[in-house]
Design a protein around this ligand. Sequence first.
Ligand code: FE
Ligand code: FE
Ligand code: ZN
Length: 277
Amino acid sequence: MIYIGCHLSVTKGYEAMGKTMSRYGGSTFSWFTRNPRGGKAKAIETDDADSLNEYIDTNKFGPLVAHGSYTMNLCAANPVIRENSMNMFADDMKRMAYFPGNFYNFHPGSHVGQGAEKGIELISDALNEYLTEDMKITVLLETMAGKGSEVGSTFEELKEIIDRVELKDKLGVCFDTCHTWDSGYDIVSDLDGVLSHFDDIIGLDRLKAVHLNDSKNDRGSHKDRHEKIGEGYIGLDAMKRIVTHPVLQDYPFILETPNDEDGYIREIAMIKGFFTN
Ligand code: FE
Ligand code: FE
Ligand code: ZN
């Protein structure tokens, strides 16, 4: 059995997210460590963070998967944007120190014309600067759709980033189903093949979390437009095979589908139902 949940808003605080997820029927969730459109993040409320830690422990949640800002680009060509992104990442590491044992996922970055090799170099340099031996979280690189100049839409690129990082035991990968599909991996007709390719290139021991999304577009579209589970090109049968795949059990699965509250409650129930029906 997997842990299932969805992306939540942090506006009411940390413990409130735990309670919301229990109401949704889930056992993990994600949230943005800061406003996705950039700007300053609120100071961390440490009492509230402790309350959430206690809550997820008591309620047997799986690991949480915090999400870095979309505006953070560790391989930006513009030095001001890169500097801001480095500061965001450093600050996110400080925030995540309040959530030991959980995950911090982020989009590796967009090389904006500098080329993937340069992007990979800049991303791994940033990671080497801010990952520390004593940190108690795992940082996850998300598999990307390959929209624009995104780095990390192939397993090989993610592997190259990991190879350049010194503290490799602090690194993992978050497998986004919409993104890998949009990038061209055939998780519909050849899920086993894709996972075994992932194992050959990156190693399945690095796979720590899944973003569970259907896609509004066909394989290889590089569009990155998420669809509700079972309503897109990946479809319900493939989703069921992914969720119940033996290699993916015990991991947190996060829905980032276009849903309101009722929609998420329905999807979470449906996914839990895959294990009984
Ligand atoms: Fe993401
Ligand atoms: Fe994602
Ligand atoms: Zn996406």
